[in-house]
Design a protein around this ligand. Structure first.
Ligand code: CTP
Length: 411
């Protein structure tokens, strides 16, 4: 027999037949409270959720809260006669389109690698033939322990999708990577894995982050870009079903799951990676590409010799966005540029859009506002239809709004 949400959808209509289902395993950890928000967002996005709570997960969230949010029974016990009469654990693991573990503890990841099946969650994971996505959360030392690192690498090799944890202060008072990814980030990865959206079949190229233009082996020219906005856009496009090639300069962010990330260092490397990734339907140039590079990179560290400071001769870098906009038959159907401005935002943005030849332009005022390198963005969007002002919001929300607009464009 099927889990309740599936039964409900099958009974009612053909349209609901297409609803995607996830089986969500909630393991232990203080981050489990964020999982409730993930369930709320997923159901709002039309994804059916059936929850399984581990023994340690139940220390942090109650089955009742999960039940209320998913609208269906939350499963906990491997040997519950009622559950086994409703459905076998094998069927529960197979009835979903995707199995998600959030938060995933070091323990459950370790069990997965060796195939331990000593409770409902681990038995389901061993029995499933569906794709599995994990969002780990744990203390920084546990995350960085060679055992966890080896387990994660092995799981990735087996095709498990990993939404890497974020860096920040932890509940235990330490600081570092190990915090559960934000619910919106996990939702994007889930949607990308379900690969069901208006951009299905479309290829998108996204550039992100700064570039490093070397001066000598120990110095480079760069900027404050973190890559947060570009990476979030790449994930949001993948969530709408696009095949995404993310071309990223040097950033401290993990590669988003479910898409292809190509890491580059300089503007010239970024340009050739973009050329190699063509053809594409969509190009979003969110990278803060260095306009200039050192005319000649010194082979050895430039030394102070007691004389006048050295003069740095610069050469102009290729303009990747302008090149894409003018790439003739290979030009993506929709080319979107960004504009980082510190004054006269609209005036400069309008001029930049026509100079670069792009279709849309996302302009940001980056002058002393904490936007470049920060978590939030305030956007002036220029399209063929005119301009729109988006109030300051989280970069993940900006990415979702832009991706939705791109989805509408291709409807
Ligand atoms: N861009 C690019 N290649 C470059 C420089 C910029 O692809 N060599 C792209 C950026 O990714 C962004 C847009 O062009 O989408 C505008 O970048 P911005 O730094 O705002 O403008 P610049 O072209 O550098 O112009 P200016 O410095 O005069 O503002």
């Amino acid at each position: 027999m099927l889990p309740q949400p599936l039964r409900r959808h099958r009974r009612h209509s053909c349209r609901l037949e297409a609803v995607k289902q996830i089986l969500l395993i909630v393991a232990g950890g203080i981050a489990a409270y964020k999982t409730l928000e993930l369930v709320r967002l997923a159901t709002k996005a039309g994804i059916g959720v059936t929850a399984v709570l581990t023994k340690s997960g139940a220390q942090f969230v109650t089955p009742l809260s999960l039940q209320a949010l998913t609208g269906s029974k939350t499963y906990q016990d491997l040997f519950s006669l009622t559950d086994e009469s409703e459905m076998g654990h094998i069927e529960l693991s197979r009835a979903a389109d995707l199995v998600v573990i959030a938060p995933a503890t070091a323990n459950i990841l370790a069990k997965m690698t060796v195939g331990l099946a000593d409770d409902l969650a681990s038995t389901l994971l061993l029995a499933t033939d569906k794709p599995v996505l994990v969002a780990p959360a744990m203390n920084v030392r546990m995350w960085q322990h060679p055992a966890t690192e080896a387990n994660i690498n092995l799981l990735k090799q087996r095709g498990v999708l990993v939404v890497e944890p974020n860096e920040g202060p932890m509940a235990c008072g330490e600081y570092g990577p190990g915090r559960l990814a934000e619910p919106l980030e996990i939702l994007s990865a889930i949607q990308a894995a379900l690969n069901d959206g208006p951009l299905r079949g479309k290829h998108a190229i996204v550039t992100s982050g700064p570039t490093h233009e070397p001066i000598d082996p120990v110095r480079f020219i760069s900027n404050y870009s973190s890559g947060r906005q570009g990476h979030a856009i790449a994930a949001a496009l993948a969530a709408l079903g696009a095949r995404v090639t993310l071309i990223s300069g040097p950033v401290a962010l993990p590669d988003p799951p479910g898409l292809t990330t190509i890491r580059v260092k300089t503007a010239c490397e970024m340009q050739s990676a973009v050329q190699d990734a063509l053809p594409a339907d969509i190009a979003v140039c969110a990278a803060a590409v260095g306009d200039w590079r050192a005319a000649a990179e010194a082979r050895h560290k430039i030394k102070k010799d007691g004389g006048a400071p050295p003069t740095l001769a610069l050469a102009e870098n290729p303009d990747i966005l302008a090149g894409l906009s003018a790439s003739g038959p290979l030009r993506p159907l929709l080319v979107i540029g960004f504009a980082a401005e510190t004054e006269k935002l609209e005036e400069h943005a309008v001029a930049k859009r026509s100079r670069k030849g792009c279709d849309w332009l996302v302009a940001n005022n980056v002058g002393g506002t904490g936007i470049m390198g920060g978590n939030e963005n305030e956007v002036l969007l220029l399209t063929e239809a005119g301009s729109e002002h988006w109030n300051r919001m989280n970069k993940l929300a900006v990415a979702q709004r832009l991706a939705a607009k791109i989805g509408d464009y291709f409807k």
